[in-house]
Design a protein around this ligand. Structure first.
Ligand SMILES: [Zn+2]
Length: 406
C-alpha cells in the first residue's frame, strides 16, 4: 500500500514537473545571450513532437490584453520595422502593458529603442519597444495587463512598437488579433521545416490545415552580439575572428531566405573581375559603376573598421548579426565611422580608386570569422539579387572556412 502511494506521488510530481517545463513556465532566469539578443531561438520550444500550437483558449488563459489602453494603430511616415504594430495614444508617456502573462526575458536598448521581451507560457514571445522608461527586469514574472514600460514621444507622437515572436522570428500581431486588439478565433501550429526555418499554419477545430498566415520575416536569428564593444584589434585590422561565432560549434548555417532586409552593395554595377580570378588570388568581387556612386550596406550591422588599409585604400568593414562581415574598398570617401550602426541600403562609402586600383570600382568581399569567401554564394551578381539558399559554414582545424550550399 505504502509503495503504491509513493509511486502515485512520484507520478504526480513528474506530471507537475512536465506541465511546468513544457510551457516554459519555470523560466525565471535566462542566459546572458538570452538577456541581450532579441531574435534568438527559445530552447525546448519544439521538443513536444517537433511543433507547438497556440489556440484562442491558450491566449485567453494567458490573459490576452491590448498593450496600450485606448491606443490606436498608425503607420508612421518612416516605417523602420515592417512587421509589428505601431500603437499611438493621446496620453503623454502612456503605460505599455504586457499582452499576456509571462516572464521578462530581455530589457535593454536595441535598434528599436528601449525594448522589453516577454516569454509566455503558450510559447510565443511579445516585443515592446520605443520606451522612455522600462519598469521591469529580466526574470520578473508579469501578469497580463501589468505595466512594463512608459512610451516615448517622437516628433510629438507618443507610440509603442509591438510585435510577436516565435522562436526568435518576428511575426505580425495581425496573425492573432485584429487592429482593435480583439483576438481572432484562430489556432496556429508552429513547427520547424526540414530546412530548420520556423513555419506556421492556421488550423481549425478539425485540425485541417487551411492556409499560411504569410509571415513577413523581419530577421534571421542573431549569431553575433553587435553591442559588444570592439577591441583595438577589431577596430584596426580586417581579418580578425568574430567573437561568439564558433564558440559552441564548428559550423553555423545562414538561411538567406530569412536574412531580412538586404541591399545589393552597388546598385547598377557590373562585375569586372570575379572572386578567385585567373591567378586564383582575388579575395573579392570587383563591381563597377561610375566614380563617386554610393556604396550601400548589404545588411543591417555595425561598422567595425573604417579607414585606410594598405592596398585596399579606403575600406569599410561591416559586421552583421547573421555571422557575416562585408567589406567595401578602394572608396573615394568612407561615409561612416567604426562603431556606427547601419541599416541595409544605407550609403556607407563612395566609389573611388584609392589603394592599389587601376580604375574606379568597389572591391567587395564577404567574410566569415575574418576569412573571405566567394560573394557568389550570397549574391547572384547578374540579377543583383540575394540568393534564396541556405549556406553552411564550417571552421576547419587550420582556421580556414568551408562554405556549402544545400
Ligand atoms: Zn578586387
Amino acid at each position: 500500500m505504502a509503495k503504491r502511494i509513493v509511486i502515485l506521488c512520484m507520478g504526480l510530481l513528474l506530471a507537475l514537473f512536465l506541465s511546468f517545463t513544457e510551457r516554459n513556465r519555470d523560466r525565471v532566469s535566462f542566459s546572458r545571450t538570452e538577456r541581450r539578443m532579441l531574435h534568438i531561438p527559445t530552447p525546448g520550444l519544439f521538443d513536444g513532437g517537433g511543433y507547438f500550437t497556440v489556440t484562442p483558449d491558450d491566449l485567453k488563459r494567458d490573459g490576452w490584453c491590448f498593450p496600450v489602453r485606448d491606443g490606436v494603430l498608425f503607420t508612421p511616415e518612416f516605417r523602420h520595422q515592417p512587421v509589428g504594430w505601431y500603437i499611438m495614444s493621446a496620453e503623454e508617456g502612456h503605460e505599455v502593458r504586457s499582452a499576456m502573462e509571462g516572464v521578462v526575458r530581455l530589457v535593454r536598448k536595441t535598434d528599436l529603442g528601449r525594448t522589453v521581451v516577454v516569454l509566455h507560457p503558450n510559447g510565443l514571445e511579445t516585443v515592446y519597444a520605443h520606451h522612455d522608461r522600462t519598469l521591469v527586469k529580466s526574470g520578473d514574472y508579469v501578469a497580463a495587463g501589468q505595466p512594463i514600460a512608459l512610451a516615448e514621444a517622437d516628433h510629438g507622437v507618443v507610440y509603442t512598437y509591438f510585435t510577436l515572436m516565435a522562436d526568435g522570428v518576428a511575426l505580425s500581431p495581425d496573425v492573432i488579433a485584429d487592429s482593435s486588439g480583439r483576438l481572432k478565433p484562430v489556432s496556429l501550429k508552429f513547427w520547424r521545416d526540414a530546412d530548420g526555418a520556423v513555419r506556421a499554419t492556421y488550423f481549425s477545430a478539425g485540425t485541417v490545415e487551411e492556409r499560411n498566415p504569410d509571415f513577413e520575416w523581419e530577421h534571421g536569428p542573431e549569431l553575433v552580439d553587435l553591442d559588444r564593444p570592439f577591441t583595438a584589434m577589431e577596430r584596426q585590422h580586417v581579418g580578425v575572428a568574430t567573437p561568439g561565432l564558433f564558440e559552441n560549434a564548428q559550423t553555423f548555417t545562414l538561411d538567406l531566405s530569412r536574412a531580412g532586409k538586404w541591399c545589393y552593395p552597388l546598385p547598377g554595377a557590373k562585375v569586372i573581375s570575379p572572386y578567385g580570378g585567373k591567378r586564383k588570388n582575388h579575395t573579392g568581387t570587383d563591381l563597377k559603376t561610375r566614380p563617386n556612386d554610393k556604396i550601400r550596406a548589404v545588411f543591417d550591422g555595425v561598422v567595425r573598421f573604417s579607414g585606410k588599409y594598405s592596398a585596399y585604400g579606403n575600406m569599410v568593414v561591416v559586421r552583421h548579426a547573421n555571422g557575416l562581415e562585408t567589406c567595401y574598398s578602394h572608396n573615394a570617401r568612407n561615409l561612416v565611422k567604426s562603431g556606427e550602426r547601419v541599416k541595409a541600403g544605407e550609403p556607407i562609402a563612395t566609389v573611388g580608386r584609392t589603394g592599389r586600383a587601376t580604375t574606379e570600382h568597389c572591391h567587395f568581399e564577404v567574410r566569415v570569422n575574418g576569412v573571405p569567401f566567394n560573394s557568389d554564394y550570397v549574391f547572384d551578381h547578374s540579377r543583383h539579387a540575394l540568393r534564396d539558399v541556405r549556406l553552411t559554414f564550417r571552421r576547419k582545424s587550420n582556421g580556414s572556412i568551408s562554405v556549402k550550399t544545400d
